[in-house]
Unconditional design. Sequence first.
Length: 436
Amino acid sequence: MHNNETHKVPTMADGRKDASEPTGPIEHVIIVGAGLGGLRSAQQLRQIGYCGRISLVGAEMHLPYDRPPLSKQLLAGEWEPDRVYLTDAEALTSLGIEVYLGKPAVALRPGEVELTDGTVLRGGAIVLATGAAARTLPGQPEHVFCVRNLDDSLRLRAALRDAKSLLVVGAGFIGAEVASTALGRGMDVTILEAQPVPLSRVLGERVGHMCARLIRESGVDLRTGVSITRFVDARDCPVSVELADGSLVKADVAVVGIGGKLNLDWIGDIGIDVSGGLLCDSAGRVLGLENVWALGDIASWRDETYGAHQRQEHWTAATEQAGAVARSIVGAEPPSATTPYVWSDQFGYKIQVIGRPDLADSLTTLHGEGLSGGPIRSTIIGYFRTGELIGVAGFSAARRFSSYRPLLLKRAGLDQVRQFAAASDNAAPEATIYDI
Ligand SMILES: Cc1cc2nc3c(=O)[nH]c(=O)nc-3n(C[C@H](O)[C@H](O)[C@H](O)COP(=O)(O)OP(=O)(O)OC[C@H]3O[C@@H](n4cnc5c(N)ncnc54)[C@H](O)[C@@H]3O)c2cc1C
């Protein structure tokens, strides 16, 4: 039924059309990228009543699946692949979503998308949600793993089965999660990190040092400020890397987790700079392209709260942006602004970060003793910019952490935040304010 009907773009109450809305009815929405953001966009469109045609194009043969478990439950063997899928073929059919799997888009032109098999889809709205691929090191051998997609995770899981040692390159969230999973399987784990302090760009140096302590105290050999010069062919072990000081680090299995490379090469030269992601307005419309929206890892949305463009490579961002994109396509009221949120499960901790700690000029402990060298568990850090709460990071403090969301949303001042902390148990005994 969905395919035969056409959604009429709503008009403004007084009959004028919003100049930013597409003109005429949108008969067909083409969504490129059948991952989290792409699937949620399609589902949201149906949920808000769009009954035109929806095509969902995916590069992989898999139905849309979730990525967070790839470095956690799936890799650990706690989950089987059937648990990571976000939907099934029947549900997609019942929503009238046409799915093109294993057919990556190879070209974007005004109003149309070409797939690798020559199929050309034409539509009034195009949504781009192609995510990122794993970034690799120069000269990275084939048998060195990355964890970006379902097949990567399953291959690594099989390789870890008989391995005794793991080398992880990169101490970001994904690298640390893979290390944590391997440690849980009783392996010797080494992490090599190029930065002197892990996560310092996201959480600041002081909290980055605490994260390094968390990793080391868990039993990982974390080496920071090291650079790899090359992979070496070694007879005595499967992986060997040479560091800048000439030393070798060897392991049975190696994983490189040094971030992502945006899947945007396929769109070719479309007359806009895509090197830092697709610049979008605060509803996901790509600036400089007619009737094209983008979301998720590849999209740098205008953040009205902080007045700048920001790309967020987080699960919650892709999910929330899908709702905003769907509403923008049909010309509905935008949802209320959201706050960036990311979590990571590692070494028995749940790390949660909300807001924009990267924009802070100072920070202070609100609960716990992690920053002063004590137990990290239950520590909550408040990040401030010009005296206003701009971000919060929690370390296995989920319940109390979420109580800071309202204060963050209203950009509460330092004194109010401290009073709030002091009113609950486990408030920080010292309240030094540190420069970031
Ligand atoms: C291992 C791992 C663990 C993570 N853990 C967390 C976590 O704990 N917390 C958190 O907040 N975030 C986490 N993330 C990040 C989160 O999963 C991503 O931010 C989110 O999936 C982004 O959604 P997306 O739709 O932009 O991209 P994706 O979900 O990556 O989907 C993009 C899809 O587009 C497809 N595609 C690429 N090119 C083309 C093309 N040319 N044509 C058609 N299709 C194409 C890809 O195959 C892919 O399926 C994790 C990511 C990974 C990889």
